[in-house]
Write a protein that binds this ligand. Structure first.
Ligand code: CA
Length: 223
């Protein structure tokens, strides 16, 4: 049986959500604060989170951040007022997460929950690692040895290509297509400049993988 954690501080709504999901055969725990949610995530294993946004002690997104930092690959269904549909919700990992605007029908809630639970777990995991480099493909952020890597968007895309094919040669043609698309004209200097900046940033944080140049072909991330 799938176990769900619901974070919702409106008592009546929380009870309604719990009853609806229980009728569909799910085990449902309810908490009404972000702190309570953190505690629950530490104490039990959940298959899905249903998160309200506005809570007494902060934004429900805080619990999503907490879950992702703990590398918990839990899909999330957000409950949101249409007006609070901000940029961050738009930028969610579309594979892992979904949202439902209040007010909603019980049947709609059950359908969304079932759809999220059907999605394969491996797709939900958005982080990839190479040595002490950890990249979150959903947020395009990266850490080296636990420290945040501050790089521009293009270098972040470059890093993703290299980390996802760690130990293999990534050709200039692939980088050209991924980093610059069809509209931008990418001179080879532009790729080299990005590689140089990324190399420097990785080196500064003590990365245990380096970008090796494979002359005439491309680049390879390796020890
Ligand atoms: Ca609320």
């Amino acid at each position: 049986m799938a176990r769900l954690l619901v974070l919702e501080d409106e008592r009546t709504l929380a009870r309604h959500i719990q009853a609806t999901l229980q009728r569909s055969g799910y085990a449902v725990d309810v908490v009404d604060t972000v702190a309570g949610g953190r505690h629950a995530l530490g104490a039990a294993t959940y298959d899905l989170l249903v998160l309200d946004r506005q809570l007494p002690d902060g934004d429900g997104l805080l619990l999503l951040d907490f879950a992702r930092q703990s590398k918990l690959a839990i899909p999330v269904l957000f409950l949101t007022a249409r007006s609070s549909l901000d940029d961050r919700v738009g930028a969610l990992n579309r594979v892992a997460d979904d949202y439902l605007c209040k007010p909603f029908e019980g049947a709609e809630l059950v359908a969304r929950v079932a759809a999220l639970l059907r999605r394969p777990r491996e797709v939900v995991v958005s982080t990839v690692e190479a040595g002490n480099i950890v990249l979150d493909k959903a947020t395009h952020s990266a850490m080296v040895g636990g420290k945040p890597l501050m790089i521009a968007r293009r270098e972040s895309m470059l890093l993703e290509q290299l980390v996802c094919r760690s130990g293999q040669v990534v050709t200039r043609e692939i980088l050209d297509a991924k980093l610059f698309g069809f509209d931008d004209s990418a001179s080879s200097n532009a790729i080299e400049a990005s590689v140089y900046r990324l190399r420097t940033a990785l080196g500064n944080l003590g990365a245990d993988r380096q970008i090796h140049t494979v002359r005439g072909i491309g680049y390879c991330l390796a020890p």
